[in-house]
Design a protein around this ligand. Structure first.
Ligand SMILES: [Zn+2]
Length: 293
């Protein structure tokens, strides 16, 4: 019973159909017939239908899509879903939040609540994903470079400069080998005293050891840098597909994110600031400004 006209015509159509009269006559009866349902009852039924439809479309059970992903930044315990004691809200997400399970179980003596509103967390994560996805979509190489700087290059050097340094060290090592050879020949020919020969030998040996050690370390850095680049490219490729998202789901979060840590809110110059760190698959935490204000 959706259309108001049905309120006055349903019984009429049944009775005409029983009498075997034609559809043209039905049309004639559509107006002016006494309704079988009063306008008041009709209103009531509409309200019931509408409210039942809303219940069916929007279940009031809150799905914790962050389950298994969010941890307390200070004690490492899981953040557990908790109902905020407040009157029902239009959207159920506004009735929930998360708190440190350590605090919830053992209280103030072990930790603070680290309370975060479910809505704040949702929007913070959604915006972060959209931002990185947008960057990956507009300039993949640029994002990879940026990620490289953030995840590895602060301690490691760029691949190019590493390659150059490795080349130079290897060339010098080869020179030292030749110098050794030359020194040996000089000694054979009596062009150098035994004392000087021994002194030069030690000097070249020390340099050789130093060069070999440096090449080993630079090569390890180079391997690490390659790994970082591979990870940055993997992440960029993965997140690119999520540029247009407007909603989060548990499946999406588990595909992209390793974990999220929630800090205790701090009062900074009268402003409430809470640190949320999102650790993505492949590259870890890359957001510089994971704060909720
Ligand atoms: Zn905790």
């Amino acid at each position: 019973m959706i259309d108001e006209r049905y309120a006055s015509t349903v019984r009429l159509i049944f009775s005409l159909a029983k009498d075997g009269k034609g559809i043209s006559q039905i049309r004639n009866y559509l107006n002016g017939h006494e309704p079988i349902v009063s306008p008041k009852d009709f209103e009531l039924v509409q309200r019931l239908i509408t409210s039942r439809r809303n219940v069916q479309n929007k279940p009031r059970k809150f799905e914790n899509i962050f389950a298994g992903l969010i941890k307390c930044a200070d004690c490492g315990y899981a953040m557990t879903l908790a109902k905020a004691h407040r009157s029902p809200k239009e959207e159920i997400i506004d009735e929930y939040g998360y708190m440190c399970n350590n605090y919830k179980t053992f209280g103030k003596s072990v930790d603070t609540s680290h309370w975060i509103e479910a809505r704040q967390l949702y929007e913070c994560v959604l915006n972060d994903i959209k931002r990185h996805a947008g960057e990956a979509l507009s300039d993949n190489d640029e994002l990879c470079e940026k990620l490289m700087r953030q995840i590895g290059s602060s301690k490691d050097k760029q691949t190019k400069s590493l390659d150059k340094e490795i080349r130079e060290k290897k060339a010098r090592l080869s020179e030292v080998d030749n110098l050794f050879q030359q020194l040996y020949e000089d000694r054979q020919n009596g062009n150098i005293t035994e004392r000087n020969y021994q002194m030069m030998c030690r000097r070249y040996e020390d340099e050789q050891t130093g060069l070999e050690q440096a090449i080993k370390e630079l090569t390890a850095q180079r391997t690490e840098s390659d790994k970082n680049r591979g990870n940055a490219e993997q992440f960029s490729k993965l997140i690119k597909g999520y540029a247009g998202i407007e909603e989060l789901s548990a499946a999406l979060l588990n595909t992209l994110i390793e974990k999220i840590t929630i800090g205790e809110p701090q009062d900074v110059d009268g402003e409430r600031i809470q640190e949320v760190k999102i650790y993505y698959k492949f590259i870890g935490c890359i957001s510089q400004e994971g704060h909720i204000r």
